[in-house]
Write a protein that binds this ligand. Structure first.
Ligand code: GDP
Ligand code: IMO
Ligand code: MG
Length: 423
């Protein structure tokens, strides 16, 4: 009986969705434990592309149960859109998708508040996805939130009105922005009726009973560890614990049930939204990474900021998560680079260190780089690790040494089959 975890080690979009879809085959349950529709997990199967925001990425495997845990914040509108997209693709998910009664709801005024708060921040805005994530978690910790289980209570509309009035009071404190609340509210209540056809469960019991029966569980992270509310580049973070600790509180699983923690990292690095990014490239190399890697947000379409892989940053998130194995994605994106670089240290306050400073937001960090030869060869035909060009294998070997953690798999394309165990 065990829970394995897949999570992002950088600032999100590491390719978690693809890896979860691939590895899900070995599990009975795939569970989301935090975040909400700010996530965009892309999966490419048989030439078809799917983007999931709230639904776990195990949904494409016909024998796997998918659970949206209590730690997630769920927007009925986006959720129903995702369900409709799956219906249209003839994916029979209905009996295999369950939602925790304790998951908190995102209501339209959460999105309104998110937009108003961001507009008021001006240049210092977080660059939020505007999905209402921050305000929904504020209501959760402020003990005002509405939960999925409330949807079936007879006084749900009264509870909704009460929270909406509270939000409208707050919104008046911000400069005015455009938001069509009436239309959004109508969509919300229509979506709620569809959502109610799903199974709402006491997921903490469900998941623990599955464990007791010897079932295998995969917990799917959203965002990345550098966006963690406690350990990320605060305040430029999301509002949940994205690290492995979030699995326990977001699913009701005890720490001693966690087995493997599989950390996903790109062969380079990206970030969407504002905030520090020590290895960001503002030059033609950064632009090339963006174009070749097709680095545009799966949720918002925004161009992602791009830079080299950052070893001190990864050592930090490997430490925080207790990572037992790393999977490197998007190695193919580096195919046409003559040299590939990795930051191995941070130079600030006249020292070179691997430690991320508390005031990373304000500090000027000069990364110290190590250069590696590029392989200058397409990885398109690679079918197993041994097919990789020698220099690509060397790069993986160097990464493994620097990360002091086993690199278990390498991904060389968005398609399901382009993922190989390290040999
Ligand atoms: P997630 O949020 O971590 O699930 O990642 P996203 O789906 O937001 O972004 C990852 C993007 O990279 C998606 O468009 C994937 O289809 C794509 N992708 C995943 N793995 C690879 C890979 O190994 N190579 C390439 N070229 N693309 C990949
Ligand atoms: P996946 O799961 C990348 C970023 C936003 C913003 C900050 C706060 O696809 O990796 P929020 O809407 O959460 O209040 O935004 O976090 N962000 C992500 N960046 N991938 C994500 O999810 C993200 N979810 C949030 O861009 O900078
Ligand atoms: Mg994403």
């Amino acid at each position: 009986m065990a829970v394995d975890v897949i999570l992002g080690l950088q600032w999100g979009d590491e390719g978690k969705g693809k890896i979860v879809d691939f590895l899900a085959e070995k599990y009975d349950l795939v569970c989301r434990f935090q975040g909400g529709p700010n996530a965009g997990h892309t999966i490419k199967i048989d030439g078809k592309k799917y983007v999931l925001h709230t639904i776990p990425s195990g949904i494409f495997r016909s024998d796997i149960i998918n659970v949206i845990g209590n730690g997630v914040v769920l927007d009925p509108i986006t959720m129903v859109k995702e369900m409709q997209a799956l219906d249209n693709a003839h994916i029979d998910f209905w009996p295999r998708l369950m939602v925790s009664r304790k998951a908190h709801l995102i209501v339209p005024t959460h999105r309104y508040l998110d937009a108003a708060s961001e507009a008021a921040k001006g240049v210092s805005k977080i660059g939020s996805t505007l999905k209402g994530i921050g305000p929904a978690y504020m209501d959760k910790t402020g003990r005002n939130g509405l939960r999925v289980g409330d949807l079936v209570s007879s006084d749900f509309e009264a509870k909704y009105r009460s929270i909406k009035e509270k939000h409208l009071g707050l919104i008046r404190l911000y400069p005015e922005i455009a938001f069509d609340l009436e239309t959004e509210e109508q969509k919300f209540f229509e979506s709620v009726e569809i959502l109610k056809q799903l199974q709402f469960i006491n997921s903490e019991y469900y998941v623990n009973q599955a464990l007791a029966q010897g079932k295998q569980i995969l917990a799917e992270g959203a965002q990345g560890s550098m966006l963690d509310i406690d350990f990320g580049t605060y305040p430029y973070v999301t509002s949940s614990n994205t690290i492995s600790a979030g699995v326990c509180s977001g699913l009701g699983i005890a720490p001693n049930k966690i087995r493997e923690v599989i950390g996903i990292a790109k062969a380079y690095c990206t970030r969407v939204g504002s905030g520090p990014f020590p290895t960001e490239l503002h030059d033609a190399t950064g632009e090339k990474l963006r174009q070749v890697g097709m680095e545009f947000g799966a949720t918002t379409g925004r161009p992602r900021r791009c830079g080299w892989i950052d070893i001190p940053q990864l050592l930090y998130t490997i430490m925080l998560n207790g990572v037992t194995q790393v999977i490197i994605t998007k190695l193919d994106v580096l195919d046409t680079f003559e040299t590939v670089q990795a930051a191995t240290g941070y130079n600030y306050d006249n020292i070179v260190t691997e430690e991320l400073p508390f005031d990373i937001v304000d500090k000027h960090i000069e990364p110290v780089y190590q250069h590696f030869d590029g392989w200058f060869e397409s990885l398109d035909a690679v079918k197993q690790f041994s097919d990789l060009p020698v220099k690509a294998k060397d790069y993986i070997g160097h990464l493994e040494n620097m990360l002091r953690t086993r690199i278990a798999m390498v991904s060389t394309g968005p398609e399901r089959e382009k993922l190989f165990p390290r040999s």
